[in-house]
Design a protein around this ligand. Structure first.
Ligand code: DC
Length: 239
């Protein structure tokens, strides 16, 4: 079957990453967590005390940044490397979460990340999750999904995720952080978080993980069949 691009956008903490990863495994597709890319840039900016209001400093820092995802046998899936160093765990720290929306609102940061994302997804067979994948990065993606969930549920999930990594963070702090990021992500000028007109809305508040995965897989199968049908029609072949 034709390989497609699956774009999954939505709010923080509604299960995008875990669902997208599971879907990519089942389809044998590449999975790209674009939030992790913006987090890696943010980590670099924090480590180097980059002044976000100084365009020259920002440009210079961006030139020094190289981001790679895990590939090859000796690396685990889901790992992200910043200039060759595994930062997969560090980028989830609250310090990074606090700053990432501000950093990801900067035009040069978005330009660099969007270009990299398009390069990675060029050959299709990719599940990419983020905020602007269906609207900006791949506006022609064969399948677009927009995920959402109640704020309290998202905060509880994020808290459990942090606890899993040995960090106990107050629920109120997580709630405030999510609210702040929702606001910044939806109101920024470039690539704001919004549902693409042709995206399928999935509210995960009352869905189990398995249900979320199944729903997207069903949509993906329909999109693939649709693509095959289109190809055959264009080529004048009979079904
Ligand atoms: O998915 P996440 O919570 O790890 O994303 C972290 C931040 O990165 C999020 O608050 C906004 C930003 N982001 C973005 O601006 N565009 C994307 N495609 C993905 C994430």
């Amino acid at each position: 079957m034709e390989k497609i691009v699956i774009a999954i956008d939505g709010f923080s903490g509604c299960g995008k990453s875990t669902t997208a990863r599971a879907v990519s495994h089942l389809l044998n597709y590449i999975y790209i967590d674009t939030g992790a890319m913006y987090r890696a840039v943010t980590l670099y900016f924090l480590q180097h005390y980059i002044n976000l209001t100084n365009p020259k400093q920002v440009e210079k820092a961006l030139q020094e940044i190289e981001i790679e995802f895990a590939r090859g046998e000796d690396r685990q899936e889901g790992q992200i490397f910043l200039n060759g160093i595994d930062v997969s765990s560090r980028i989830r720290d609250m310090e990074v979460s606090e700053k990432v929306s501000e950093v990801s609102a900067l035009a040069p940061v978005r330009e660099k990340m969007v270009a990299l994302q398009r390069k990675i997804g060029k050959k299709k067979g990719v599940v990419m999750d983020g905020r602007d994948i269906g609207t900006v990065v791949f506006p022609n993606a064969e399948l677009k999904v927009f995920m959402t969930a109640a704020l309290e549920i998202r905060a509880a999930r994020r808290q459990a995720e942090l606890l899993d990594r040995g960090q106990l963070v107050d629920l109120a702090d997580i709630l405030t952080n999510l609210q702040k990021r929702d606001h910044l992500d939806t109101t920024r000028e470039i690539g704001p978080l919004k549902q693409a007109e042709d995206a399928h809305l999935i509210d995960t508040t009352h869905l189990t993980f398995a249900e979320q995965v199944e729903e997207i897989l069903n949509l993906a199968t329909s999109a693939m069949v649709g693509t095959d049908h289109q190809q055959k029609t264009i080529l004048g072949l009979k079904e």
